[in-house]
Design a protein around this ligand. Structure first.
Ligand code: AMP
Length: 991
């Protein structure tokens, strides 16, 4: 019966075995371990034992002898197959053991056992109830010993009790009703070299057809260019961490590792290797770049074609070599084209002003393919133009610097007078120093000169004047003679006289009494004629008198005369305030002013109005009563707050005075809790303002002092302060409109200076603008320069001064005069033309002081007519006497307004100091850029139009700007100029 079962069991495996094939084999062969590997998709299993593939006797141990029995059968390929069966179902107390040979575990910690067997249904067998069983047990025993001949039953560890899923009831070969059962169990955490399996039968009818023992492993694989070797799965269900090693020609980018799961599959890879430079990734390997291609960085994806002017001849190139004459700077990306040094600068223009020279030039025609052009200036002192030269040595100053100039302009100062110089302007770029070729430069020859200082003016009589001169201090060439030119004021075109002398003084005779003459002097050296010094204006007296006026050398005589003048002015002032309170007046605003008047050869005639400082009143309230009208508070209607002043809010409202039309007014009020001094200072402004009556000076309507709060009422200026008004309307006015505004301010200032009032804080923020764009000078507060103005900074001498607006002599020794107001006016001009730009941008006050001292002056703002910049420069003359007077400024501006064509020629706009490309300033985003060029109102336009990075603004042009909603021509120009500047300074923009 047992043979028949086996036959049937094997038949169910798919092979019909003929009965003649059933025969037994000797049982002395040792079972060989079969380490065959089978892989399904990405997981593999390694077989340690397979009873089906045993060639000879399995040699398993069975006891007792009447228990398990080995049966050999042949399959259809005539291969012998070893099986075991037992069927002692009629007897009680069965305990039949079958033990396999020793199975090496092959490094695995967990092994799987797959058994195939048939099991007879006890119910189908008559007379076996009570003895027949339908299960058997499976055990294992771990051991390092492969030759154990006996293991005690209780030493085995039970794996499981195995029952059949399918048992069979009858033998029906034809229908093949026998069912083969397959069960798989596993054992974990094996640690000895091998183990034995055992099957315990307790009275069932079983045929054990096949036993296969295997373990699982993750197979060798390459992921993310890292090689992961075959890995046996872990003991229990733990993952095994495996480190990968980079494939050939690759390097570790991020330590590669992967986990091998318990069922022999790899989980997601972590980290990666990348191909070495010169190689690119293809099909999980690194392939070399072809000639003509390169891959420089680990982060580059593929090999790319060599950039312009470079090549690679070999396989696997990490970078391309530059063609002859082309170079790559250290900071250049390997992906950028090779470049060459620039050609020489072009079109040099030099403007010599005595011992300084401004040089400007055009950028080189050939930039060599780069945007980082800079310039170096080399100086030679020559005997003859460009010949017999020697180095210039130190002592010469270059503004902004001598080497590494970014803009094509330099100011060179402190040259020797009457000397030939040759300046070589060299153009360089980032690869110049790599080239051994000749320097690319253009030479400029200049000859310096120096004006003659007239140090003394002596009016000897009503018809003669004596002048003394001081020649050039540093001249190489001795002065041969001096030349004096003089003419009656305003008569130069008709008649002038030139006199020469070898001496350093000259008396000019034959002058008309009581007439104003202009004198100018120049030196003549062997090097040629110098330039004329500044105009000296002198008026001959009607009487003979002696006067000396030297700003540097005030003689006792001059002091005594100045004292006389002060007395005279005192009398004039008394005359002016006669009928008021002459007796209260102590002194005038600034004693230096009188000196200045005298130096200019003029004394105000009695009768002309002169400003009186409120502090000259013993009772300041009297000054208020004298100069300001008391207004009844009931005639004022306050409407809204428009600003904040030093002493309280500033409101707008209406004023209706009896028998007058209602007018709009500004109302400054004195906040509660003020001290007596604060009240005095607050009303002091009204006392000053009340003395003025001019269309370009803010008009005082009156004061409220009799009830609280104390108020100052002025005319209302609809457009507020000039600086914020200009910023708000950037680029929206014609140049004539701007000049019109400036003319108004100059006219107001002329009026103030005529009244001997020195403003000290003239700045666009202190000018108010009404609805007709009329500008009026305001802010006459007594303490304003000290406390009120946020721009004011402490100087080394202790005072607080708005440095950027203030003339150097006022900063250095508090010499505030109308001439220092003229300096401030020049700054206001610059503010107006630049639409409220901050003078000297973000430079520190200290740097401003230093730069001014070294001769630096603000460059023309964008679109500034050359004549206006020239006027600014005139206002910024170091020597205050050389600055124009406000009267002259008004005349000049009037002339410009009458002939607008004179404003057509613009100063070089490339010198617009675009803040986004200043040395100290690096913009990296669109927002930063718009902030720097003060165009933040367009941030949203850029965002909405999809401009995300600064690089993308390279695409902009006028029509694109219109499309994104920036339509003002001035704004378009400012933005596009800045784009060009960004490109020129090397910011990489897409174009
Ligand atoms: P201030 O007392 O000059 O510091 O004035 C503070 C602010 O009030 C100024 O910056 C102006 O914006 C505003 N303000 C002062 N006076 C006037 C005025 N007359 N008309 C219009 N706004 C004024």
């Amino acid at each position: 019966m047992s043979f028949l079962w086996i036959y049937l069991a094997v038949a169910t495996l798919g092979s019909v075995l003929p009965t003649w094939a059933l025969r037994t084999y000797p049982s002395n062969e040792v079972m060989k371990s079969d380490a065959r590997q089978t892989c399904v998709q990405t997981s593999c299993s390694v077989t340690l034992l397979d009873s089906m593939s045993a060639l000879g006797d399995l040699g398993w141990v069975a006891y007792p002898a009447e228990g398990w029995e080995e049966i050999s059968v042949m399959d259809e390929r005539n291969t012998p197959m070893r099986t075991y069966q037992v069927c002692n179902i009629m007897e009680t107390s069965q305990n039949n053991w079958l033990r396999t040979s020793w199975i090496p575990r092959g490094g695995a910690q967990r092994v799987y056992i797959e058994i195939k067997f048939t099991l007879r249904d006890c119910n189908s067998l008559p007379g076996v109830q009570g003895t027949c069983k339908e299960t058997f047990n499976m055990y294992y025993y771990e051991s390092n010993n492969s030759n154990l001949w006996f293991i005690k039953e209780n030493q085995y560890i039970k794996i499981d009790t195995i029952a059949a899923d399918e048992s069979f009831t009858q033998v029906d070969v034809g229908d093949r009703v026998l069912k083969l059962n397959t069960e798989v169990r596993d054992i974990s955490n094996l640690y000895k070299k091998g183990f034995y399996l055992a099957f315990q039968d307790v009275g069932a009818c079983i045929a054990l057809v096949s036993v296969r023992v295997f373990y699982k492993k993750c197979p060798m694989t390459v992921r993310n260019l890292a090689l992961f070797l075959d890995t046996v799965t872990g003991g229990d269900s733990a993952l095994v961490e495996v480190k990968g090693s980079c494939v050939n020609n690759s390097v570790e980018f991020d330590a590669p590792k992967m986990y091998c799961s318990a069922d022999g599959g790899w989980l997601v890879p972590i980290g990666r290797c990348v191909c070495k430079p010169g190689y690119e990734e293809k099909r999980e390997a690194c392939q070399p770049c072809r000639p003509g291609f390169y891959r420089a960085l680990l982060t580059d994806t593929y090999c790319t074609k060599c950039p312009p002017h470079s090549f690679s001849l070999e396989d696997s190139s990490a970078e391309c070599t530059c063609e002859k004459g082309f170079y790559r700077a250290e900071s250049d990306l390997r992906s950028t084209a090779c470049t060459k040094p620039p050609s020489a600068p072009d079109n040099p223009i030099s403007t010599v002003n005595e011992t300084s020279v401004i040089m400007e030039w055009s950028p080189p025609e050939d930039t060599g393919g780069r945007f980082d052009i800079t310039y170096n200036i080399h100086c030679r002192r020559c005997q003859v133009e460009g010949h017999k030269c020697s180095p210039c040595g130190s002592g010469i100053h270059y503004i902004p610097r001598q080497f590494g100039l970014v803009h094509s302009r330099v100011l060179i100062t402190d040259l020797l007078p009457y000397t030939n110089y040759t300046f070589d302007i060299e153009a360089l770029n980032g690869v110049s120093e790599l080239s051994s070729g000749p320097k690319q430069f253009i030479s400029v020859n200049i000859t310096t000169s120096q004006a003659v200082n007239v140090i003394l003016k002596e009016r000897k009589s009503k018809d003669s004047v004596t002048l003394a001169f001081q020649g050039p201090e540093k001249s190489n060439d001795a002065v041969v003679e001096y030349e004096v030119i003089y003419y009656e004021k305003n008569q130069k075109d008709q008649n002038y006289t030139v006199l020469k002398t070898r001496s350093t003084f000259m008396t000019v005779d034959g002058l008309k009494p009581g007439t104003i003459y202009i004198f100018r002097v120049r030196a003549h050296t062997v090097g040629g004629h110098g330039i004329y010094g500044g105009e000296i204006e002198l008026e001959t007296s009607t009487e003979d008198m002696i006067a000396i006026a030297d700003p540097n050398q005030i003689t006792i005589l001059a002091i005594s005369i100045a004292g006389g003048i002060i007395l005279l002015i005192f009398l004039v002032t008394c005359f002016f305030v006669s009928g008021r309170h002459c007796g209260y007046i102590k002194a005038k605003q600034d004693p230096d002013e009188e000196k200045m008047q005298f130096q200019h050869g003029r004394v105000k005639l009695p009768g002309s109005r002169t400003y009186i400082h409120p502090h000259t009143y013993e009772d300041p309230n009297q000054a208020v009563r004298d100069f300001a009208k008391e207004i009844d508070a009931s005639s004022i209607r306050i409407e809204r707050v428009i600003g904040a002043g030093e002493f309280g809010e500033v409101c707008s409202g209406r004023l209706k005075l009896p028998s007058k039309r209602e007018i709009y007014v500004a109302i400054k009020s004195l906040k509660a809790g003020y001290s007596e001094k604060q009240r005095r200072d607050f009303l002091g402004e009204a006392s000053i303002m009340g003395q003025f009556d001019h269309p370009n000076i803010i008009r005082l309507e009156g004061v409220v002092t009799k009830c609280k709060p104390v108020m100052i009422i002025t005319e209302f200026m609809e457009n507020g302060s000039l600086d914020s008004f200009l910023k708000k309307h950037d680029s929206q006015f014609t140049v004539i409109q701007l000049v019109g505004m400036l003319r108004g301010i100059a006219s107001g200032m002329k009026y103030l200076s005529d009244m001997n009032y020195v403003h000290r804080d003239l700045a666009a923020r202190n000018i108010l603008v009404n609805s007709n764009l009329i500008c009026k000078v305001s802010d006459f507060g007594l303490s304003r320069v000290l406390e009120d103005d946020p721009e004011a900074a402490y100087t080394t001498r202790g005072g607080k001064i708005p440095i950027r607006w203030t003339a150097p002599e006022a900063i250095a020794y508090r010499k505030f005069t109308s001439a220092s107001d003229v300096w401030s006016y020049g700054i206001v001009m610059w503010e107006v033309i630049s639409y409220g730009e901050r003078p000297y941008w973000e430079m520190s006050n200290q740097d401003v002081i230093k730069a001014i001292d070294e001769g630096y002056r603000l460059p023309p703002p964008m679109d500034c007519p050359i004549v206006l910049h020239q006027l600014m420069l005139d206002c910024w003359q170091k020597c205050r006497n050389d600055r124009p007077k406000f009267g002259q400024i008004v005349n000049i501006l009037d002339k410009l307004i009458r002939t607008p064509s004179s404003l057509n020629q613009l100063a070089n706009s490339s010198s617009w100091q675009d803040p986004s490309v200043q040395d100290s300033f690096t913009v990296t985003t669109i927002v930063e850029w718009l902030e720097a060029i003060k165009m933040t109102q367009y941030t949203e336009n850029f965002t909405m139009a999809g401009y995300v990075t600064l690089h993308s603004v390279g695409y902009l042009n006028n029509s694109e700007l219109s499309k994104i909603g920036i339509t003002l021509a001035g704004h378009q120009k400012k933005i596009l100029t800045s784009v060009q500047n960004l490109q020129a300074q090397g910011t990489h923009l897409q174009i």
